[in-house]
Design a binder for this molecule. Structure first.
Ligand code: TA6
Length: 284
């Protein structure tokens, strides 16, 4: 993280406005105001645990390849909006950025505008809360219907977990879960003790009730979720990655997306109602 600070501050990351979080124990994170996208997380005493492509584009309109893109109100192309909705491509407002006694916290907000209503005709407010301390990162997304007819949405925290080599990573905890294999267009049940990525992998697991564990030869990561009932596991593989301008050669080997998601049963919010969901990463 460029320009490391001893406390939390609103600063810049790659020339873009960002919340630079640093807890008293040294745990740190960076959150761009663009898209409220976490682009860096370093547990106390540890190294970077999120992937960020060296070819990521920054600035208005760009979607940054890596970190934790916020997907709302539409997952993927399951609707009429641009892929993964409209939240990740807009400038959010930073409303809190502070270091507490044992943690550091940022809160960012996005509300509807004439522009968003032209794409998605609803009054909404989003709030993303990012908290770091010790070995953990908590990211919580809250969505509210701030006035008007009920609306349905799907959402995800599209987390790019950094790995040394994706083929040596193992994701455990999904055995027995039903999943939609977007590569083959089929529904399956996972019978394996762990997901191993050897080629393009694009799976939506529905109704995942237990924490996951990402294991590599030299480190582990525990992945917990609250009120995100589904999990997306994605790696583009070599062929698809070669066609992605914002991925450098072989960078596909350096990440596995494990996304806390709300896809299978869209959430309905009547006027005045709020939903929230959280993903927690615990470094080991
Ligand atoms: O979450 C998996 C996925 O839906 C993949 O199908 C792939 O499209 C990925 O998201 C990345 O999407 P993006 O729009 O960020 O390139």
């Amino acid at each position: 993280m460029s320009g490391a600070v001893s406390h939390s501050a609103c600063g810049e990351f790659n020339g873009q406005p960002a919340a630079l979080l640093r807890a008293p124990d040294g745990a740190a994170a960076v959150v761009l105001l663009h898209g409220a996208q976490v682009v860096s997380w370093q547990p106390a005493g540890g190294g970077e645990r999120l992937f960020l492509s060296e070819r990521s584009r920054f600035g208005p309109g760009a979607s940054v390849r890596g970190g934790i893109p916020v997907v709302f109100p539409q997952f993927s192309e399951r609707g009429s909006l641009p892929r993964h909705g409209l939240a990740r491509s807009r400038a959010w407002q930073l409303v809190r950025c502070e270091t507490g006694e044992a943690d550091a916290l940022a809160v960012l907000q996005l509300v509807d505008s004439e522009e968003t209503r032209a794409q998605w005709p609803h009054a909404f407010a989003l709030e993303l809360t990012v908290c770091v301390r010790a070995d953990r990162l908590d990211v919580e997304l809250a969505a509210s219907n701030t006035g008007g007819p009920a609306f349905d949405f799907t959402a995800a925290l599209h987390t790019y977990l950094r790995v040394a080599e994706v083929e040596t990573a193992r994701l455990a905890g999904l055995r027995g879960c039903r999943y939609e294999d977007a590569v083959t267009g089929t529904m399956k049940v996972d019978r394996e003790d762990a997901v191993c990525v050897e080629a393009e992998t694009d799976r939506i697991y529905y109704g995942v009730a237990t924490p996951l564990a990402l294991s590599e030869p030299k480190r582990r990561l525990r992945i917990e979720a609250a009120r995100f009932p589904d999990v997306v596991v994605w790696n583009p593989g070599q062929v698809r990655a070669a066609a992605m301008a914002d991925l450098a050669p072989d960078e596909f080997r350096r990440f596995l997306c494990v996304e806390a998601a709300l896809i299978g049963q869209p959430q309905r919010l009547a006027e005045g109602e709020q939903w929230w969901g959280r993903q927690t990463l615990i470094a080991g």
